[in-house]
Design a protein around this ligand. Structure first.
Ligand SMILES: Cc1cc2nc3c(=O)[nH]c(=O)nc-3n(C[C@H](O)[C@H](O)[C@H](O)COP(=O)(O)OP(=O)(O)OC[C@H]3O[C@@H](n4cnc5c(N)ncnc54)[C@H](O)[C@@H]3O)c2cc1C
Length: 393
């Protein structure tokens, strides 16, 4: 059972201090980062110094040891700055590569990578997608050849957030046939590594997106994350936090757009009266509010189940990710419509919100892949019921 308010006094104190951080360290830089099509490493350092990366990570590695609701607080407040690209860069550092290091890394690896990443001293990225393989993780061709005491890595990765800024990458590599993959902690200072910035994106402009190249990169065996050849299993079971954060962030972005639309309807007049007097627009607001609440309920339920079951909560997380990422686009699109021509301009921030939110049905597992996961679970439940009926005679 989820409480209607899952946030404690400690969460609210965190909210106040992070809100202050967003106002002083993020909002004044939004325009510059969007125009430059990249944020600066400095914002990672500042986030780390203040402990905002580590809220939900263990204290022994520099985190605060709070629960996942603390990550929700950070996501909700960051959404208010309406800079999806920066938010994605910060999440691609915290909630993509770091949970898997925390879950399966050795003590030495956690001290070398997790601790400095939580302090903002090292920037992290997750490298799975390739030019020829995204959803089909088993199609990865970047190879790590086993040379006894080291690997030699060759290949390339595509669309990697923080790709040109990262100090290290949790890298998915092929170490055998079929679905035989492994994860490596790859230092970007390794000779043979290079990265190009990918700038021609629809949105998420302030995030660094990279295409990465690996040419005969020598990687020590100590860089192996978890067991060799278990990479596919780790990818399938350890990447729930990015989907959870996507659901929370999408909800917050949609709610921001709803609030903007309501304010605008009171300010703008047409045919001699405020837009707020037109029933058709009021009903749009009602529908948007219904969908925002549905998004929030699903996202919060997914967080609550994740706290209880960990990655075992993947069914509700996939449902929340699929629903919120589709609906948040529709809600922001309606908010833009209510703003008329002004919505299409950059002035009200809705143009940026719409561009940025569009990625959500593609990144962190597409909507179609979420549907695959959900349908498999649903159909297996029927199979299981049939087997039980048969077994009972
Ligand atoms: C801005 C940006 C940032 C990103 N950041 C990262 C990152 O940090 N790290 C990283 O590893 N990746 C990252 N990605 C990659 C992202 O995760 C992939 O783009 C996504 O997983 C989809 O893969 P794809 O682009 O190869 O599309 P494809 O897998 O080729 O899919 C194309 C279409 O086919 C559909 N499809 C594929 N398989 C099936 C199926 N079995 N059933 C039904 N439909 C299917 C998909 O849903 C999609 O609609 C990023 C992408 C972008 C654009």
């Amino acid at each position: 059972m989820i409480s209607t308010n899952p946030f404690t006094e400690e969460h609210e104190l965190l909210r106040q201090s992070f809100r202050q951080f967003v106002e002083t360290e993020i909002t004044p830089n939004v325009q510059r980062w969007e125009e430059n099509k990249i944020c600066e490493a400095e914002v990672f350092r500042k986030m780390g110094e203040q402990g905002f990366f580590g809220v939900s990570f263990p204290e022994e590695y520099g985190g605060s040891g709070m629960d996942m609701w603390s990550a929700v607080v950070i996501s909700e407040e960051l959404s208010k700055a309406n800079i999806g690209g920066l938010a994605m860069s910060l999440y691609a550092h915290t909630y993509l590569p770091l949970p898997v290091i925390n879950a399966i890394g050795t003590e030495e690896q956690k001290l070398k990578y997790l601790a400095p990443a939580l302090k903002g001293e090292k920037i992290a990225a997750l490298g799975i997608t390739e030019p020829g393989a995204g959803s089909d993780v088993g199609g990865i061709t970047t190879v790590a050849e086993d040379k006894g005491d080291h690997f030699v890595v060759n290949g390339s990765k595509m669309f990697i957030t923080n790709g040109t800024m990262a100090d290290f990458i949790v890298l998915a590599v092929r170490t055998g046939e079929g679905h035989t993959l492994s994860l490596l902690l790859f230092d970007t200072s390794t000779p043979g590594f290079s990265a190009n910035a990918v700038h021609n994106k629809l949105g998420m402009h302030s995030s660094d997106t990279g295409q990465l190249y690996f040419e005969n990169c020598i990687v020590p065996k100590s860089a192996l994350l978890g067991e060799k050849d278990f990479g596919f299993y780790y990818i399938m079971s350890n990447f729930q936090e990015e989907r959870l954060i996507a659901a929370v962030t999408g909800t917050a972005a949609a709610d921001n757009a709803l609030q903007k639309a309501k304010r605008y309807m009171h300010e703008r007049e047409a045919f001699g009266r405020p837009l707020a007097k037109f029933q058709v627009l009021r009903h749009k607001i009602a529908k948007m509010a219904i969908h925002v609440e549905a998004c929030r309920s699903l996202a919060y339920r997914a967080v609550a189940e994740y706290i209880e079951k960990g990655p075992g909560a993947y069914k509700i997380i996939s449902i929340a990710k699929a629903y919120v990422c589709e609906e948040s686009f529709n809600i922001i699109n309606e908010a833009l419509q209510i703003h008329g021509g002004w919505g299409y301009m950059e002035d009200f921030g809705l143009a940026r919100s719409l561009r940025d939110i569009r990625l959500m049905t593609v990144g962190a597992g597409t909507t179609e892949i979420m549907h695959e996961i959900i349908s498999k679970i649903e159909m297996d439940e029927v199979k299981h019921d049939k087997q039980l009926i048969k077994a009972r005679g």
